[in-house]
Ligand binder design. Structure first.
Ligand SMILES: [Zn+2]
Ligand SMILES: [Zn+2]
Length: 357
């Protein structure tokens, strides 16, 4: 099969390799769509991954073409989404079915081979069957959608509350989609690129509710938009010290701040900002990954229900589509930041299909 194999830092090669042998409990998924995650960029270009060689890609969907030993034969031929985290099932969080906090997990696309290939071996327990109405592209976005939904459900804003979302990459944009679906009426979006305004317009967020922080002071803008009060709920989806401080500074009394961005560096709090946490009695919480427990209430099933009802259109944020052979072009766009992009997807159908924004 064709696969992108990471042999070392900045050494990703398209190779012809054997189709994976299936271990107990695994199935073979023919990959039909795979998203590039922001975290794939440092993994491939800067820091590397846990061991080499590894096939990256943890956001993918496809069709089960073979069922391995001890796996349920009824998966054969099914269209599936894939939860990439493989929990140990024995640690304390696992015993409470909080697999996202597993202390000893494996992960498709970083700790073991993932989806930037024609086929991937996946534990049957990590599969989610797709209803016919859900496309492979949508299903390849289940993982980032689940991350956004998990953050949303950590704070569950009430419809009348003012919600700020800072950071308009894939997670921020998806969060806005699910906030709107949940009824949030006052969403204020903070980004740093003009084209994000256009992408937001597709989510029915007007230019008035968008702050380009490269031109404007985001805290001042938020204060002006809220009559000096600040945001009731603030989702920080960047992970920079500067934006974390903005989140605290621009929160209303008794406001809630959700830290969702992976950190770029260490974080420090100046004294005045620290005072604001105390005096405004803020709640500052973290969010991590998503819940996948095969119960109707987990994050992944929450999304499936909304997709099936046609209430969420995640593919609106796809800006570029590439074939498997061209995936390096997508990675390069994200690495060099030379193009406006939100979500970049590899699909078996799409060739070099740029979406102009
Ligand atoms: Zn990811
Ligand atoms: Zn565990």
């Amino acid at each position: 099969m064709k696969a992108w194999v990471l042999h070392g830092v900045n050494d990703l090669r398209l190779e012809e390799i054997p189709v994976p042998e299936l271990k107990a409990g695994e199935v073979l998924v023919e990959v039909r769509a795979a998203g590039i995650c922001g975290s794939d960029i440092p993994r491939i270009y800067k820091t590397g991954t846990y061991s080499f060689p590894t096939i990256p890609g943890h956001e993918f969907s496809g069709e089960v073409v073979k069922v391995g030993p001890e796996a349920d034969g009824s998966w054969q031929g099914k269209r599936v989404g894939v939860f990439p985290l493989i929990p140990c099932k024995t640690c304390a969080p696992c015993r409470k079915m909080m697999y996202e906090m597993c202390r000893n997990y494996s992960y498709l696309g970083s700790r073991q081979n993932g989806g930037f290939a024609e086929y991937a071996a996946v534990p049957a327990e990590n599969l989610l069957e797709l209803p016919a109405s859900i496309t492979f592209e949508e299903a390849a976005m289940l993982e980032p959608m689940a991350v956004a939904v998990h953050a949303l459900r950590r704070l569950s804003p009430r419809p009348e509350e003012t919600v700020a979302v800072c950071g308009l990459g894939t997670i921020g944009m998806l969060l806005i989609m699910f906030l709107r679906d949940a009824g949030a009426k006052n969403i204020l979006a903070i980004g740093n690129k003009e084209f994000q305004k256009y992408m937001l317009s597709k989510q029915h967020i007007t230019g008035e509710n968008f702050c380009d922080s490269s031109r404007e002071n985001a805290v001042q803008w938020l204060m002006d938009k809220t009559g000096g009060r600040g945001a009731d709920v603030f989702f920080e989806c960047v992970g920079k010290n500067e934006t974390v401080l903005q989140a605290i500074d621009a929160s209303a009394p008794r406001g809630r701040v959700c830290l969702a961005g992976n950190p770029y560096s260490g974080m420090t709090l100046d004294k005045n900002t620290y005072w604001k946490i105390l005096r405004n009695q803020l709640t500052v919480i973290g969010t991590w990954n998503s819940s996948f427990t095969h119960t109707s209430d987990d994050d992944w099933n929450y999304i499936l229900k909304r997709l099936a009802l046609g209430r969420i259109h995640p593919t609106d944020i796809i800006t570029h589509r590439f074939s498997l052979e061209q995936i390096k072009c997508g990675l390069d766009i994200m690495y060099r930041k030379k193009d406006n992009y939100i979500k970049i997807i590899e699909t078996s159908v799409g060739s070099n299909n740029f979406v102009e924004v």
